[in-house]
Write a protein that binds this ligand. Sequence first.
Ligand SMILES: [Zn+2]
Length: 115
Amino acid sequence: MNNLNNPIPLNDRAYLRSLGYQVGERGRFSTEMKDELAKRDWQPSVQEVFKPEVKPEREGRQLYGYDKQGNKIAFVICHLCSSHMIWCRCSKGVHAPRYIHSSKDPLVYIPPVAV
Ligand SMILES: [Zn+2]
């Protein structure tokens, strides 16, 4: 895979796949794979690695809800898509964790409790 129109280098996993390795989305690299990465003639810059591909959906902040006992609980991860609230694009809003039963926050969606 050598596309001159695409100046962004492959990340480690994509690079190893291009060499024929079976590489999952997570997990450690084998010694063999680490050797291949060390031999590679470029290193992705920090800027390239962390460059977001799309804009966040919203500004980051903590979301609040209340549990059964009325305790105020903060959260930032959507229970449905497991994304941080800045990236969550769930149509109904950021899904609250199961232990949250109510919220006054307009961004928060409380899924109906399964009976
Ligand atoms: Zn979500």
